[in-house]
Structure formats: structure tokens, C-alpha cells
Design a binder for this molecule. Structure first.
Ligand SMILES: *[C@@H]1O[C@H](CO)[C@@H](O)[C@H](O)[C@H]1NC(C)=O
Ligand SMILES: *[C@@H]1O[C@H](CO)[C@@H](O)[C@H](O)[C@H]1NC(C)=O
Ligand SMILES: *[C@@H]1O[C@H](CO)[C@@H](O)[C@H](O)[C@H]1NC(C)=O
Ligand SMILES: *[C@@H]1O[C@H](CO)[C@@H](O)[C@H](O)[C@H]1NC(C)=O
Ligand SMILES: *[C@@H]1O[C@H](CO)[C@@H](O)[C@H](O)[C@H]1NC(C)=O
Length: 488
């Protein structure tokens, strides 16, 4: 019933736009790199379709597991099959890296930079297979920031307006490309970084290192992509950084009420919560088993994958557990008896849990999940457990702490209330901002001038130099005059 009311409201709201805006042709470009990413793209495609635009969700097949998968209910879905076999192969090798408790700089240089290149090369070699997209004359393209190949491919399609979808909090390289001030003294880097905005000296050192590491790794990726496009397409293909800098808008899949406070500019619009639940992997078994046995007063619902028989066997003699392959996550989160939600801390899950005011325990596995977990702690709505510190007792203890200390629930309810009453819904923001972009020719006035300044100008070194040197000269001259006049 509730969802019906929501639906009716949104279609009423969208009615305005029918009057104001001509239907535009919008491309949502979305390589199938993971289920949650494809799902997120689908939400955008559906939303824009429902806002009366001719929307195409285009999925070049990267992961063979997702050949038939899309979450779109309304928008058109076009696929490009048999693009590459490299992605599946690379994903296997990445799984090995992720078994380590820590992914360091060298790992990232060797894996992250290479990771996308073979699939990108396979795609560039067959780029003529995208000719029908070029011929469709799209007015606007939306692409996300994960696959470094995407900006270059979308550029090849010659679409006048582009919008970047940031799949997590604003990445360091994106803020670098768009000239956004990101001071690592209080803005935590996004990837593999268990920090929030209050850091000790050592944590700040680590954060500075991660910040520049992230920029270097993504810069090297972009250079390799550019090399491919210059090799196969044209020698004067523009730098990827410049392509990204020219987007009209960045839609950030986070929520400003949850996310850490940080500077951002007019080009950034926070629209988190359009996506939904992330795929959960298997949690470290024994510690959870122990915690569940020790909390007989609570009932546990555990989501596993359909091919996972071993987890159910492990819990065979626990009476307080149910196993499900699929949960209506938001229905469960809404339920008044739900006391706690345990997850890996994917942005979509965290935001949904925040929205319903449920305390969390986060066990991060990769990229932004560490930061999301720390952010949950910073907002006082739960705790994070790092994988390499998790032993049987800690998991039980952390769960017990969060369940017994009612401040977590209080903070969760307070933030939930803020999220529910904020001025505009993410859906409104997406459709209104996209319409705004479609309605206007140029967004040059949204560009931060920082990108057009030299290092010296940007950091005001010339000005500081004058401020320091001028008084010194004045002091020196006066001193000379005074001493001369005394000596006479
Ligand atoms: C992909 O290529 C294989 C052979 O290389 C072919 O059997 C298969 O039908 C192709 N799939 C699609 C969807 O075109
Ligand atoms: C893109 O912009 C150019 C110049 O502003 C214009 O001539 C062209 O028609 C536009 N293309 C589309 C598909 O709107
Ligand atoms: C970016 O925008 C500027 C100014 O609008 C334009 O001169 C430049 O060619 C654009 N670059 C790319 C790669 O689109
Ligand atoms: C799990 O069990 C089902 C039936 O109980 C069986 O069909 C399936 O093959 C099993 N999966 C694995 C990975 O063992
Ligand atoms: C950079 O600034 C100069 C003036 O200081 C201006 O002439 C130039 O157009 C700017 N370039 C861009 C890309 O904005």
C-alpha cells in the first residue's frame, strides 16, 4: 500500500516535467562489472524513463555472470554481448588479492592499473559495434566512475552533455580532476581507508599517503586508457582528465546527512539511496556462529547466496537462525523488532539502514566499505570490525555493545528522521537536475577555476612570498635609514 502511495506521488510530481521539458534521449552507459552497479544504473534509467525521457540502459557485457542480468523495469535495455573475456579472468585474480587483510600501494599499482586494461582494449577494438549508439543522437549520457574506460568510450559517442555518476562518496581522483579542494587533514580518502574526519597524527599521515596513492593509481589508469584510444582511434584523443572535467554534473551516490562534511562545488549533487541492497559475501564463519549461540534471546536472519550450502550446515543446531537467499531488505529494515543490521558496509546498504534508523555493525571487505564503516562510528550509529582483528570474542562483544547501549539506537533514529525530512528526495534531485542540464547549453560557470591555476597561483605562494618579503625589506630599509641618521 505504502509503495503504491509513493508511486502515485512521484508520478504526480513528474507531471510538471511533462509540461516543461521535451522528452530527451538519454543514455545510461553501464558495463556489467557487478550486480550492484548494474542495479544502480537501472534505477537511474527507470527514474529518467518515468520522467518521460527516451532512456536507454546500455550494458556492454564484462562479467559473464551478468549476461542476462539487469534491474530495469521500464527503461529500454540494449546489450552488447561477447565484448571481452578478460574481465572474468581479472576478477578471479582480484579475489586472491582480497584474501589479504590489506591491499597496499604495490598491489594497487599492479592490479588496479592493469585490471581494466584488457577489457578496455577488447572494447576499443570493437568500438564500431557501438555505431548504432552514435547514430541515435543522444542528448545526454550518464556514466559511472568505476571503469576508467567509460569516459573515453562515451566521448567517442559524441554526446554533447555528460553526467558523471559517482558510485560512492566523492573519489579523490574525481575531486582532483574537477579541482575540488580535498584536504587530507580532515577529508578521508575513499579507498581501503578505515578513517573518518577525526584523525590522529599517524592516521593523518596514512590518509595523506592514501590520498596521493589513489590519485596516482587512477592517473596511471587514465594514461593507459588514453594510450589505447590514441593507438586505435585517433592520435589527438583528448586526455581523460579533461573529458571528466567537462561533465555538466556529478551525481554522488551518498547522502550529505550521513557522509562526512567536506567542501564541494555546484557541480556536485548528493543523490544517494536511489540504489538498493548490495550483494553480501560470506562472513567469517566461526565468530558469527559463536555470537549467535551466545545471544539466544535474539533471532538472526542471514542472507546467503543460493549455491552456499555450507553456512546452513554450520548453523544446523542453532535454533535462533533463519537462512534466506533473498530478503525484502527494506521491509525487514522497517520492522520495529529489528535491532541490528550486520553488513559489509556497501554504500547502498548503509544508506538504506540509516534511512530506517537501525544500528549497524560493519565488517568491511574492500574499497569504500572501510570508510563507510568508520563513518557509521563517527555518526554514532554503530561499530566497525576490521577483518584482521576479528576473533570469536570481538564479534560477540561488538554486537553486544551495540545492542545494549541505547545511544546507538537514539543516534540512528535522529539521523533517520533527518534523512526522511530533508528538503528534496534523491529522485526529485536527479530528475530536476538532469532536466536543468538538458535545458541549458553550457555549464562553464560551474567550473572551478582551480584547474586553470599553476601550482604557485593555486597555493598563493607568490602572494605569501610578497607578504613575507615586503615587510622584511621595509624593516631592513627603515633600519638602515635609522642607523644612518643616528650615526650622523
Ligand atoms: C558469443 O560468442 C560465442 C562464440 O564465440 C557464440 O557461441 C555465442 O552465441 C555468442 N553470444 C552472443 C550472445 O552473441
Ligand atoms: C551538439 O552541440 C552542437 C553545437 O552546440 C550542435 O550543433 C549539435 O546539434 C548538438 N548535438 C545534439 C545531438 O544535440
Ligand atoms: C572541455 O570544455 C572546454 C570549454 O568548454 C572546451 O574548450 C574543451 O574542448 C573541452 N574538452 C573536451 C575534451 O571535451
Ligand atoms: C546445495 O544443495 C542443493 C540441494 O540441497 C544442491 O542441488 C546443490 O547442488 C548444492 N550446492 C552445492 C554448491 O553443493
Ligand atoms: C584560464 O584563465 C585565463 C585567464 O587567466 C583565460 O584566458 C583562459 O580562457 C582560462 N582557460 C580555461 C580553460 O578556463
Amino acid at each position: 500500500m505504502r509503495s503504491c502511495i509513493l508511486f502515485c506521488l512521484s508520478s504526480l510530481l513528474l507531471h510538471d516535467y511533462f509540461l516543461v521539458v521535451d522528452a530527451a534521449k538519454i543514455l545510461v552507459y553501464c558495463p556489467s562489472i557487478s550486480k550492484s552497479h548494474v542495479l544502480l544504473c537501472s534505477k537511474y534509467a527507470d527514474l529518467l524513463h518515468n520522467a518521460a525521457h527516451d532512456t536507454v540502459l546500455f550494458i556492454p557485457s564484462y562479467s559473464s555472470l551478468l549476461n542476462d542480468y539487469d534491474g530495469a523495469r521500464h527503461a529500454k535495455v540494449w546489450r552488447l554481448h561477447n565484448v571481452t573475456e578478460a574481465f572474468d579472468k581479472e576478477l578471479d585474480s582480484l579475489a586472491n588479492v582480497m584474501d589479504d587483510s590489506h591491499i597496499g600501494f604495490i598491489d594497487r599499482l599492479t592490479f588496479d592499473v592493469d585490471f581494466w586494461m584488457e577489457s578496455c582494449e577488447d572494447l576499443v577494438k570493437q568500438i564500431h559495434r557501438l555505431q548504432h549508439l552514435k547514430d541515435y543522437n543522444f542528448d545526454l549520457a550518464i556514466y559511472n566512475d568505476i571503469d576508467p574506460c567509460s569516459p573515453a568510450v562515451v566521448r567517442w559517442l559524441n554526446i554533447n552533455k555528460t553526467v558523471l555518476l559517482s558510485s560512492e562518496a566523492i573519489m579523490d581522483k574525481i575531486s582532483w580532476d574537477l579541482g575540488l579542494p580535498t584536504l587530507p587533514s580532515y577529508v578521508p580518502s575513499v579507498e581501503e581507508n578505515p578513517n573518518h574526519d577525526r584523525m590522529s597524527f599517524i592516521e593523518r599521515m596514512s590518509n595523506v599517503y592514501k590520498h596521493f596513492q589513489s590519485i596516482v593509481v587512477h592517473y596511471l589508469q587514465e594514461r593507459r586508457v588514453l594510450h589505447l584510444f590514441r593507438k586505435y582511434i585517433s592520435l589527438d584523443y583528448p586526455p581523460i582528465t579533461e573529458i571528466i572535467r567537462n561533465v555538466s554534473l556529478v551525481l554522488v551516490n551518498s547522502d550529505e546527512i550521513f557522509d562526512l562534511s567536506r567542501p564541494y562545488s555546484q557541480k556536485f549533487v548528493y543523490v544517494g539511496m536511489i540504489g538498493s541492497e548490495k550483494n553480501n559475501d560470506v562472513l567469517p564463519e566461526l565468530s558469527i556462529y559463536n555470537a549467535i549461540q551466545n545471544l539466544p534471546d535474539y533471532h538472526f536472519v542471514i542472507k546467503t547466496t543460493p549455491d552456499d550450502n555450507s553456512t546452513a550446515q554450520l548453523f544446523a543446531n542453532c535454533k535462533n537462525v533463519d537462512f534466506v537467499n533473498w530478503v525484502p531488505q527494506s521491509a525487514i529494515l522497517k520492522h520495529k523488532n529489528l535491532k541490528l543490521f550486520v553488513s559489509h558496509g556497501g554504500m547502498n546498504s548503509v544508506l538504506e539502514t540509516m534511512y530506517y534508523g537501525v544500528p549497524m555493525v560493519i565488517m568491511p571487505v574492500f574499497t569504500d566499505q572501510f570508510r563507510n564503516g568508520k563513518n557509521v562510528e563517527r555518526r554514532g550509529v554503530g561499530k566497525v570490525i576490521l577483518r584482521h582483528t576479528v576473533v570469536t570474542e570481538t564479534f560477540y562483544k561488538v554486537i553486544k555493545d551495540v545492542l545494549n547501549d541505547e545511544t546507538y539506537e537514539k543516534s540512528a533514529k535522529r539521523l533517520s528522521n533527518m534523512m526522511k525530512t530533508r528538503p528534496f528526495t534523491p529522485e526529485e534531485r536527479v530528475s530536476k537536475w538532469i532536466n536543468f542540464v538538458l535545458d541549458h547549453d553550457t555549464f562553464d560557470n560551474f567550473h572551478l577555476e582551480s584547474n586553470n591555476l599553476s601550482f604557485i597561483e593555486h597555493n598563493q605562494l607568490d602572494v605569501f612570498c610578497v607578504f613575507i618579503v615586503l615587510p622584511l625589506i621595509t624593516y631592513y630599509v627603515f633600519k638602515r635609514i635609522l642607523s644612518n641618521s643616528y650615526s650622523k
